[in-house]
Design a protein around this ligand. Structure first.
Ligand code: 5GP
Length: 103
């Protein structure tokens, strides 16, 4: 089994508070929230970092933002505004090596 925490959330081997799921993506609450609502939106496909995103993943990565926008509406802060961040590697503050969009 993969050691990747977020692969385990995708496979159901690790519990998470999942707020959205489709064929390609999962969104769940961050275990250590930095805001009243702090969600992580991830592709089910294991892509370690932004540096590993291929051309063929462009649609998938774009879809992370589509879901972020929908969740922002659902949680009621779309109009007021919010931050979406994806960290890359050590100097970017990345700690889990499965790409994730912080919402
Ligand atoms: P990064 O530092 O890689 O940009 O963000 C990783 C995020 O994953 C952190 O905000 C951290 O709180 C969250 N996180 C780490 N382990 C777990 C976990 O097991 N479950 C959940 N739901 N979030 C996690």
């Amino acid at each position: 089994m993969s050691d990747c925490l977020f692969c385990k959330i995708v496979s159901g081997d690790l519990d998470a508070e999942i707020v959205y799921e489709n064929e390609d993506l999962v969104a769940f609450r961050d275990i250590n929230p930095q805001a009243p609502v702090h969600l992580l939106i991830i592709p089910k496909k294991a892509i370690a970092t932004i540096n590993d995103i291929d051309e063929e993943d462009a649609g998938l990565v774009g879809h992370l933002y589509v879901v972020a926008g929908k969740l922002a509406v659902q949680y009621g802060f779309a109009k007021d505004g919010y931050r979406c961040v994806m960290n890359c590697n050590e100097h970017g503050g990345q700690s889990v090596y499965h790409i994730h969009l912080h919402l």
